[in-house]
Unconditional design. Structure first.
Length: 225
Protein backbone atom coordinates (compact mmCIF):
# COMPACT_ATOMS: atom_id res chain seq x y z
CA UNK A 1 0.00 0.00 0.00
CA UNK A 2 1.34 3.41 -0.93
CA UNK A 3 2.22 5.99 1.71
CA UNK A 4 0.80 9.37 0.77
CA UNK A 5 1.54 12.50 2.80
CA UNK A 6 -0.86 15.45 2.92
CA UNK A 7 0.91 18.44 4.44
CA UNK A 8 -0.70 21.68 5.65
CA UNK A 9 1.45 24.82 5.38
CA UNK A 10 0.76 26.75 8.58
CA UNK A 11 1.76 30.02 10.21
CA UNK A 12 1.42 30.88 13.86
CA UNK A 13 -1.59 33.24 14.10
CA UNK A 14 0.27 36.34 15.25
CA UNK A 15 -1.19 39.84 14.90
CA UNK A 16 0.43 41.95 12.14
CA UNK A 17 1.97 38.79 10.62
CA UNK A 18 -1.04 36.94 9.18
CA UNK A 19 -3.99 38.14 7.08
CA UNK A 20 -2.51 41.61 6.80
CA UNK A 21 -4.64 42.36 3.73
CA UNK A 22 -7.69 42.19 6.00
CA UNK A 23 -6.42 45.09 8.12
CA UNK A 24 -8.39 47.26 7.66
CA UNK A 25 -11.30 46.64 7.95
CA UNK A 26 -10.32 44.18 10.68
CA UNK A 27 -8.17 44.90 13.69
CA UNK A 28 -4.87 42.94 13.43
CA UNK A 29 -5.75 40.87 16.53
CA UNK A 30 -9.15 39.96 15.06
CA UNK A 31 -7.54 39.08 11.73
CA UNK A 32 -5.11 36.76 13.52
CA UNK A 33 -8.00 35.09 15.39
CA UNK A 34 -9.79 34.57 12.09
CA UNK A 35 -6.70 32.92 10.59
CA UNK A 36 -6.46 30.74 13.70
CA UNK A 37 -9.95 29.49 12.84
CA UNK A 38 -8.92 28.89 9.21
CA UNK A 39 -6.07 26.77 10.51
CA UNK A 40 -8.22 24.74 12.91
CA UNK A 41 -10.71 24.02 10.13
CA UNK A 42 -7.97 23.05 7.69
CA UNK A 43 -6.57 20.57 10.21
CA UNK A 44 -10.03 19.11 10.74
CA UNK A 45 -10.49 18.89 6.96
CA UNK A 46 -7.30 16.83 6.65
CA UNK A 47 -7.83 14.83 9.85
CA UNK A 48 -10.94 13.23 8.41
CA UNK A 49 -9.26 12.03 5.22
CA UNK A 50 -8.78 8.28 4.97
CA UNK A 51 -5.68 6.37 3.85
CA UNK A 52 -3.32 9.35 4.00
CA UNK A 53 -0.56 10.40 6.40
CA UNK A 54 -1.41 13.91 7.66
CA UNK A 55 1.23 16.49 8.54
CA UNK A 56 1.73 20.15 9.42
CA UNK A 57 4.71 22.21 8.30
CA UNK A 58 4.82 25.29 10.52
CA UNK A 59 6.49 28.66 10.79
CA UNK A 60 8.11 30.35 12.66
CA UNK A 61 10.27 27.59 14.03
CA UNK A 62 10.10 28.88 17.61
CA UNK A 63 6.32 28.29 17.80
CA UNK A 64 6.48 24.52 18.09
CA UNK A 65 4.62 24.64 21.43
CA UNK A 66 1.61 26.34 19.83
CA UNK A 67 1.41 23.79 17.03
CA UNK A 68 1.85 20.88 19.42
CA UNK A 69 -1.15 22.21 21.35
CA UNK A 70 -3.47 22.36 18.31
CA UNK A 71 -2.04 19.44 16.35
CA UNK A 72 -4.51 16.53 16.05
CA UNK A 73 -3.35 13.07 17.04
CA UNK A 74 -1.56 11.25 14.25
CA UNK A 75 -0.20 14.34 12.48
CA UNK A 76 3.51 14.64 11.75
CA UNK A 77 4.78 18.07 12.80
CA UNK A 78 7.83 19.64 11.14
CA UNK A 79 9.19 23.20 10.99
CA UNK A 80 9.40 24.99 7.67
CA UNK A 81 12.98 25.64 6.61
CA UNK A 82 14.18 28.03 3.91
CA UNK A 83 14.72 31.68 3.04
CA UNK A 84 11.58 32.00 0.92
CA UNK A 85 8.40 30.08 0.16
CA UNK A 86 10.01 28.23 -2.74
CA UNK A 87 12.83 26.88 -0.59
CA UNK A 88 10.40 25.92 2.15
CA UNK A 89 8.16 24.00 -0.26
CA UNK A 90 11.14 22.24 -1.83
CA UNK A 91 12.49 21.27 1.59
CA UNK A 92 9.12 19.90 2.69
CA UNK A 93 8.91 17.81 -0.46
CA UNK A 94 12.44 16.52 0.05
CA UNK A 95 11.80 15.62 3.69
CA UNK A 96 8.75 13.47 3.01
CA UNK A 97 10.18 11.70 0.00
CA UNK A 98 13.32 10.93 2.00
CA UNK A 99 11.04 9.43 4.66
CA UNK A 100 9.81 6.96 2.05
CA UNK A 101 6.48 8.51 1.05
CA UNK A 102 5.25 7.76 -2.47
CA UNK A 103 3.27 11.00 -2.99
CA UNK A 104 3.38 14.38 -1.27
CA UNK A 105 0.45 16.80 -1.42
CA UNK A 106 1.01 20.26 0.07
CA UNK A 107 -1.96 22.46 1.02
CA UNK A 108 -2.21 26.09 2.00
CA UNK A 109 -4.18 27.09 5.10
CA UNK A 110 -6.05 29.98 3.44
CA UNK A 111 -8.86 27.94 1.87
CA UNK A 112 -10.80 26.61 4.87
CA UNK A 113 -13.86 25.46 2.90
CA UNK A 114 -11.98 23.56 0.18
CA UNK A 115 -13.93 20.38 -0.64
CA UNK A 116 -12.22 17.27 0.70
CA UNK A 117 -12.81 15.60 -2.66
CA UNK A 118 -10.29 17.98 -4.23
CA UNK A 119 -7.60 16.59 -1.93
CA UNK A 120 -8.63 12.99 -2.60
CA UNK A 121 -8.56 13.69 -6.34
CA UNK A 122 -5.05 15.11 -6.12
CA UNK A 123 -3.78 11.86 -4.60
CA UNK A 124 -5.56 9.75 -7.22
CA UNK A 125 -4.33 11.86 -10.13
CA UNK A 126 -0.72 11.40 -9.00
CA UNK A 127 -1.05 7.75 -10.05
CA UNK A 128 -0.80 8.92 -13.65
CA UNK A 129 1.03 12.25 -13.61
CA UNK A 130 4.16 13.77 -12.05
CA UNK A 131 2.49 16.86 -10.58
CA UNK A 132 -1.03 18.01 -9.75
CA UNK A 133 -1.94 21.63 -8.99
CA UNK A 134 -5.06 23.23 -7.59
CA UNK A 135 -5.25 26.70 -9.16
CA UNK A 136 -6.57 29.75 -7.32
CA UNK A 137 -8.56 32.46 -9.04
CA UNK A 138 -5.84 35.00 -8.13
CA UNK A 139 -3.15 33.19 -10.16
CA UNK A 140 -1.62 31.21 -7.31
CA UNK A 141 -2.42 27.70 -6.16
CA UNK A 142 -4.07 26.22 -3.07
CA UNK A 143 -2.48 22.78 -3.52
CA UNK A 144 0.46 21.17 -5.20
CA UNK A 145 1.02 17.43 -5.26
CA UNK A 146 4.10 15.56 -6.41
CA UNK A 147 4.84 11.96 -7.32
CA UNK A 148 8.56 12.59 -6.95
CA UNK A 149 10.85 15.31 -5.63
CA UNK A 150 11.11 18.11 -8.23
CA UNK A 151 12.77 21.06 -6.42
CA UNK A 152 13.14 23.14 -9.58
CA UNK A 153 9.37 23.67 -9.65
CA UNK A 154 9.73 25.94 -6.63
CA UNK A 155 12.79 27.96 -7.65
CA UNK A 156 12.64 31.50 -9.08
CA UNK A 157 8.86 31.73 -8.82
CA UNK A 158 7.39 35.24 -8.36
CA UNK A 159 5.60 34.37 -5.13
CA UNK A 160 2.63 36.47 -3.98
CA UNK A 161 1.89 37.57 -7.55
CA UNK A 162 -0.67 36.56 -10.18
CA UNK A 163 2.10 34.73 -12.09
CA UNK A 164 2.76 31.92 -9.59
CA UNK A 165 0.62 29.39 -11.42
CA UNK A 166 1.72 30.30 -14.94
CA UNK A 167 5.42 30.34 -13.96
CA UNK A 168 5.12 26.93 -12.35
CA UNK A 169 3.37 25.53 -15.43
CA UNK A 170 6.08 26.93 -17.70
CA UNK A 171 8.79 25.26 -15.63
CA UNK A 172 6.97 21.94 -15.82
CA UNK A 173 6.48 22.13 -19.59
CA UNK A 174 10.10 23.18 -20.20
CA UNK A 175 11.34 20.15 -18.26
CA UNK A 176 8.94 17.60 -19.73
CA UNK A 177 7.17 17.14 -16.40
CA UNK A 178 3.61 15.88 -16.72
CA UNK A 179 1.13 18.06 -14.88
CA UNK A 180 -2.63 17.93 -14.23
CA UNK A 181 -4.99 20.56 -12.84
CA UNK A 182 -7.75 20.31 -10.29
CA UNK A 183 -10.80 22.54 -10.34
CA UNK A 184 -10.25 26.15 -9.40
CA UNK A 185 -10.90 27.34 -5.84
CA UNK A 186 -10.06 30.48 -3.87
CA UNK A 187 -7.87 31.63 -1.00
CA UNK A 188 -9.31 34.02 1.57
CA UNK A 189 -6.94 36.99 1.52
CA UNK A 190 -9.09 40.09 1.07
CA UNK A 191 -12.34 41.38 2.57
CA UNK A 192 -14.16 40.49 -0.66
CA UNK A 193 -12.85 36.93 -0.20
CA UNK A 194 -14.22 36.93 3.35
CA UNK A 195 -17.65 37.97 2.11
CA UNK A 196 -17.53 35.26 -0.55
CA UNK A 197 -16.57 32.71 2.09
CA UNK A 198 -19.46 33.83 4.30
CA UNK A 199 -21.89 33.45 1.39
CA UNK A 200 -20.53 30.03 0.47
CA UNK A 201 -20.70 28.77 4.05
CA UNK A 202 -24.34 29.82 4.20
CA UNK A 203 -25.03 28.35 0.75
CA UNK A 204 -22.68 25.35 0.50
CA UNK A 205 -21.97 23.98 -2.97
CA UNK A 206 -19.65 21.59 -4.78
CA UNK A 207 -19.11 19.64 -1.58
CA UNK A 208 -17.41 22.56 0.13
CA UNK A 209 -16.14 21.80 3.61
CA UNK A 210 -18.25 23.03 6.53
CA UNK A 211 -15.69 25.06 8.47
CA UNK A 212 -17.35 25.44 11.85
CA UNK A 213 -14.63 27.43 13.61
CA UNK A 214 -14.46 29.97 10.80
CA UNK A 215 -18.24 30.27 10.60
CA UNK A 216 -18.51 30.93 14.32
CA UNK A 217 -15.76 33.54 14.22
CA UNK A 218 -17.23 35.33 11.21
CA UNK A 219 -20.63 35.41 12.90
CA UNK A 220 -19.02 37.18 15.84
CA UNK A 221 -17.20 39.63 13.58
CA UNK A 222 -20.17 40.45 11.34
CA UNK A 223 -23.13 40.07 13.66
CA UNK A 224 -21.70 40.20 17.18
CA UNK A 225 -23.04 36.73 18.03
Amino acid sequence: MSRDAVVVMAKAPEAFKVKTRLTPPLDPEIASHLYHCFLLDKLEQVRCLKDICPAVAYTPQDRADFFNDINPAGFTLIPQDGDDLGERLANISQYFFEQGYDKVVILDSDSPNLPREYIYNSVRILNRTDVVIGPCIDGGYYLIGLGKHIPELFLDIPWSTSKVMSSTMEKAVDRGITISLLDEWYDVDTWDDVLRLKHDMENPHNGSFLCENTYTMLSRILYGV
